[in-house]
Design a protein around this ligand. Sequence first.
Ligand code: ZN
Length: 316
Amino acid sequence: MGAALAVSVSLLLAVAAGGCGGARDADSGGKVKVAASIPPLADFAKQVGGDRVEVELLVPAGASPHTYEPTSGQMKFLSEARLLILNGLELEAWATDILNKVGNSGLTKVETAAAIPEGDLIPAAGEEHEREDEGQEGEEHHHGIYDPHVWLDPRLAVHQVQAIRDALIETDPEHKQEYWDNASAFIEELEELDAWISEQVGAFTHRKFVAFHSSWAYFAARYGLEMVGVVEELPGKEPSAADVAGLVDDIQREGVKVVFAEPQFSPRAAEAVAEASGGEVKVAILDPLGNPEDPETDTFVKLLRHDVERMRQALE
Ligand SMILES: [Zn+2]
């Protein structure tokens, strides 16, 4: 019962918050301009900000935050914005120097992952390897010390929502109560989502999978799944023949049945790994980011429900 209610509430919110970009620009007087790097953070900002905010998503659907560069139109939005909501933990390598580039002294950068207790963070996969490689691969983006994909654990996402709430309250203290109440209601939804995921994942027959890159590490740790390996340690950098062979060994030894690909990257490498692993290993797509244009994944809650359903099909 709770689940059905949560879905219909988030549908209503999505319609209210995301309905009419163009019309709102014309009469956006008084709205707090907020830029957010990835769809889940843009959704959090809309959930907490409600009608008080105008949210611009920087990394569009289908693009990867690891390899993105903001457009000139987005730089213009940032020049008038009050908040830049980022994940942090070096997910957005392009944002390192962005405040200097924008030159808007009224713009505050919020690295939401900084609100997560350090003990809850997972070391980045391949960090050692990356350091050895440094200087050889040139301009490849890299992850930091900790794996950045924290939002895919809804309990850690609560800290990110709270960071956005606090930043909005600081920016627009007049509407403190509204931000506080919206955040509380949304956090309740995340708690229901967490309980629902635990129940679903608890019923899976298989617990092992190979991910496209490290995006599902927090999710797996939270819900007792095992990410046996990743196709690409640095997303966008194809695995070597030796990487593929090593991964195929792991898949066969561990009895892995599925390799997940991601819509932001070509499925080719995942397909090659699955094929080399033998007939029973299949490829399925998990989306770590969502798509504001797709009614199936246009909010964070819907995105995770959608991904858990994909996992269920692959792992039950
Ligand atoms: Zn990533």
